[in-house]
Write a protein that binds this ligand. Structure first.
Ligand SMILES: [Zn+2]
Length: 222
């Protein structure tokens, strides 16, 4: 399970209001977390040790039938990947997040998440943790069931698209401390999985931690 801590934000000293705090969530490699993010808040995901994929899903807080959609984002931006300046769209064609910073520069919005069937059918491994397991566990407190979980945004995933339209699955290029920063545009329930895949190059064969920070502006944007 994730190790969660609320950390006071020294930069907020002198300001008032319960919202002026910074939350940090250290997600151990192979595990996941979920949290609420308000419109205007920044969500920072740090690849702590490098070469780690962050699977990312989100739902509109006010209506769980609206969720972050790779399909609708691809249709909106007419591209097969996302980067700085892109707005990530919901299945209702509304913007949920904007990418403000992308140190790695490689994000996959084509492939699905790993699940127990993937490990059982393709690798002959029973009981392997998966991103679907992580999302299901983390989102349970919000009443979100496994079948509701949409296809993820796979931040930091190195899935190069080749000229013949095939795409690869290579070791990520993320270095320790690389970050992705999102601006939240709609109150949302967010879940992040430090993908447990250790049987192919997806996470450099070694799942490792992610740090997630939820930052209230005005604040220092690293
Ligand atoms: Zn995974």
């Amino acid at each position: 399970m994730s190790e969660e801590a609320k950390v006071g934000d020294d930069s907020a000293a002198g300001r008032s209001g319960p919202d002026l705090e910074r939350r940090e969530i250290l997600v151990p490699g192979g595990h996941g977390t979920a949290f609420a993010a308000r419109a205007g808040q920044l969500v920072e995901i740090v690849d702590v040790e490098g070469q780690q994929v962050a699977d990312f899903v989100a739902f509109a807080e006010r209506n769980r039938t609206e969720w972050l959609s790779t399909t609708h984002t691809r249709s909106a931006i007419l591209r097969l990947s996302v980067g700085v300046g892109d707005r990530l769209e919901s299945n209702w064609r509304r913007s949920m997040f904007e990418i403000l910073r992308d140190d790695v520069g490689r994000n996959d919005i084509i492939t699905g998440m790993c699940d127990d069937r993937r490990y059982r059918l393709d690798y002959g491994v029973e009981g392997h943790r998966s991103c679907r397991t992580n999302f299901t566990e983390a989102l349970a407190p919000w009443g979100i069931a496994e079948w509701q979980i949409p296809d993820p945004f796979n931040f930091f995933q190195n899935a190069p698209i080749h000229p013949d339209r095939t795409f690869g699955n290579e070791i990520p290029t993320g270095r320790p401390g690389d970050k992705l920063m999102l601006r939240t545009l709609m109150d949302a329930i967010v879940s992040v999985s430090a993908c447990p895949q250790d049987l192919n190059p997806c996470n450099g064969f070694h799942p490792s931690p992610l740090m997630v920070r939820i930052i209230d502006p005005p604040g220092d944007v690293p």
